[in-house]
Write a protein that binds this ligand. Structure first.
Ligand code: C5P
Length: 402
């Protein structure tokens, strides 16, 4: 599958560097030519000998292998040679250098010279990973067009548990294969996706909303685009950004606006995923002026908002596939089945608020998936939202037959 593909594997100083040996094995087994560039710190964790033996190429880490002979490791030639540059593990320090354009070693010089796609698989402790400066660096690197292979959740070398583990080599290989696959599984498919919360105005400065961050929906959008789909993302207000060219963002605020925007795309879409946390009620009257606190109590009259998923999914055609979400606190499975029927979904993703780490605001989620057409339940463990998105999209690929 990777026959003839040329890959530079950058390795930084991290406990996860030992996994780079497996990664080299997996990549070369698929037929890729791998050249390893290590930082000095990486050598404290894994030897160049291991990596040169596995990659069947000399490992490079400095500009000059043999200065006396005047030979040098040409970072420009290396950068142009590669079809893909993959940094795994990518340490917090190297991510910061990449995001700033700092260039004091061979790896950073090759990065700045590379014209190919760059993928980064971060690995660090959970607090380092969630630190605003690391997250800002990652966002900047995404904005530059690099692909971030999100760190996974689990036990860390420090003994703590959380998000920060480098993605497993098998998952990294999958991302690399998807990148090189000319025939991406969802290429040409149009997907309507609702995400984020809605805001229902009370007056010019106040609204009714919920704590949805939009992270699950945006992770789905990224995963769909990685599979070649054209995504119409109708999103309520979030702090998240869209950079992938295959994703068209339609920003909305209220449930009614979300329905109006989604309706435009529904008839031509192949798949619709309703991941938005829509407010169920909205004020009957929106006050033109800011409400003054003149009385001790205040009554708001609310009306039901349109059910976007139901309105659209009940008119779905034979070749369309719809997916809903259910966030429940009690009678989870019964409610999920009720919704799959009532809203005419083909598939429903259930998250329970009783599961620790699942639901609004978290970077992780724990899901169960049910189907309209078969008596089957898929149960998943607690994972990062990016991994959960990968599982959901895989189930859609397995079950959607146009
Ligand atoms: O009824 P409930 O809100 O639990 O249903 C959840 C599912 O329906 C989700 O897929 C959600 O995006 C969708 N929904 C919607 N419009 C609403 C309420 C829910 O699209 N007004």
């Amino acid at each position: 599958m990777l026959q003839g593909k040329k890959i530079i594997l950058g390795i930084c100083g991290s406990i996860a560097a030992y996994k780079a040996a497996f990664l080299v094995r997996l990549l070369t087994k698929e037929g890729a030519a791998v050249r390893v560039v290590m930082t000095d710190a990486a050598k404290d964790f894994i030897t160049p000998l291991t990596l040169s033996t596995l990659s069947k190429n000399p490992v490079l880490s400095t500009f000059f292998s043999n200065p006396q002979e005047g030979s040098w490791n040409n970072h420009i030639e290396l950068g142009l040679w590669a079809d893909l540059m993959l940094i795994a593990p990518a340490s917090a320090h190297t991510l910061a250098k990449f995001s700033q354009g700092l260039c004091n070693d061979l790896l950073t010089a090759v990065y700045l010279s590379a014209r190919c796609k760059v993928m980064l698989a971060p690995a660090m402790d959970l607090d380092m990973y969630s630190h605003p400066s690391t997250q800002a660096n990652l966002q900047k690197l995404r904005d530059y067009g690099n692909l971030i292979i999100e760190a996974e959740s689990g036990e860390l070398a420090s003994g703590l548990s959380g998000q920060g583990r480098m993605a497993e080599p098998e998952n990294i290989l999958q991302t690399v294969k998807t990148f090189f696959a000319n025939d991406l599984p969802l290429k040409g498919k149009k997907v309507l996706l609702t995400a984020g919360p809605t805001q229902e105005a009370i007056d010019p400065v106040r609204y009714i909303s919920n704590a949805s961050s939009g992270k699950m929906g945006y992770a789905l959008a990224t995963e769909l685009a990685n599979n070649g789909a054209e995504v119409y993302l109708v999103s309520g207000p979030t702090n998240l950004k869209v950079t992938n060219k295959l994703i068209t963002l339609a920003p909305v605020k209220s449930a009614q606006e979300m329905l109006d925007a989604a309706q435009v795309y529904f008839d031509t879409c192949d798949i619709a995923i309703f991941a938005a946390a829509v407010s169920d009620y909205a004020p009957v009257d929106i006050q033109k002026q800011k409400i003054k606190k003149n009385s001790n109590t205040l009554r708001l009259e609310l009306h039901k908002t349109p059910d976007i998923a139901k309105t659209l999914s009940i008119k779905k055609k034979k070749n369309q596939f719809t997916v809903g979400f259910a966030l429940e606190t009690n009678d989870e499975e019964a409610n999920a089945y009720k919704k799959i029927k009532g809203k005419n979904f083909d598939m429903i993703v259930l998250n329970s608020l009783n599961d620790k780490g699942a639901g609004f605001g978290y970077d992780t989620n724990k899901i169960k998936v049910f189907f309209a057409e078969k008596d089957d339940v898929k149960v998943f463990s607690l994972k990062s939202k990016q991994e959960v998105a990968r599982d959901i999209i895989q189930l859609i690929k397995d079950n959607y037959h146009a």
